[in-house]
Ligand binder design. Structure first.
Ligand SMILES: C[S@@+](CC[C@H](N)C(=O)[O-])C[C@H]1O[C@@H](n2cnc3c(N)ncnc32)[C@H](O)[C@@H]1O
Length: 252
């Protein structure tokens, strides 16, 4: 078992609850899916990239995005990486109709060897996983990603970001927690207020979770600068929703 804190936190108890919890605490998943679709449609319909046949996903979790991408491209084979055995177990269940098109890779991003994919991957995708790495490890992973992509392929990233200002970070946190509060009340169909869902209690809990998972967000600028340094082009931030962002970058 990996000693990396962010992997250990995705144990079987968390994995079993993940899909349900993510409807309230992982931003607007419907819009994330919609924008992912728009980005792929733009690049394919304009003949900027070919229909992708291979996918490398980093931090596939329960396979939420993997399923959507594999359904969109029926001839695609996916290499799904995640450090947590428990999350992969749930992904196995969620993707049971597509298992012949999937190779699971249960490994830590910091130890994974992507050299075998040398310039062969058509699409690299990652959602809400890379922010668990520190800046050096993130850079090393992004470099490995670049090297395994073929020419004209895309890297699409959804992740958490922060800013250089404490006040701005507090504002993004506040909005994120207000959204969690609103969605939780709606989901529980509660017409009265409960202490657990008071905004200051939600913020406290949110901080505890992020600290326990060793979240290490960086700025959007850090991401775009780093991708540019590594050789990526057409780097486009196509989505922002409080502390979530989405970007696409191309290897040419
Ligand atoms: C917030 S979940 C996101 C899952 C999925 N991408 C989604 O959006 O539903 C983060 C995932 O990253 C994985 N992860 C975290 N740190 C990792 C690391 N160092 N190496 C490999 N996987 C890691 C966790 O096991 C977890 O499944």
């Amino acid at each position: 078992m990996s000693n990396t804190i962010s992997i250990k936190k995705y144990d079987i108890e968390r994995a079993n609850k993940y899909d349900n919890d993510s409807t309230v605490n992982q931003g607007n998943r419907d819009v994330h899916v919609e924008f992912l679709d728009h980005v792929l449609e733009f690049f394919i319909e304009n003949n900027i990239i070919n229909t992708p046949y291979s996918l490398l996903e980093l931090g596939c979790g329960t396979g939420f995005f993997s399923k959507i991408i594999l359904k969109k491209f029926p001839k695609m084979h996916a290499y799904l990486v995640d450090g947590s055995k428990s999350m992969i177990k749930i992904a196995n269940k969620n993707l049971h109709k597509m298992l012949e098109r999937i190779t699971f890779i249960n490994n830590d991003f910091n130890h994974i060897n992507l050299e075998k994919f040398n310039n062969s991957i058509d699409l690299v995708f990652s959602a809400l996983a890379i922010h668990h790495l520190n800046q050096n490890d993130k850079t090393a992973l992004l470099n490995k990603i670049y090297n395994c992509m073929n020419k004209s392929s895309l890297f699409i990233l959804y992740d958490l970001h922060n800013t250089d200002s404490e006040l701005s970070n507090n504002l993004l946190e506040f909005i994120a927690c207000k959204q969690i509060q609103k969605k939780t009340y709606k989901k529980l169909d509660l017409s009265f207020q409960i202490e657990e869902l008071e905004i200051n209690n939600l913020i406290k809990k949110d901080r505890e979770i992020k600290c326990a998972e060793n979240d290490q967000e960086t700025t959007i600028k850090y991401h775009t600068d780093m991708l540019c340094t590594l050789g990526f082009q057409n780097i486009t931030v196509f989505y922002q929703e409080h502390r979530f962002f989405g970007l696409v970058a191309q290897k040419i």
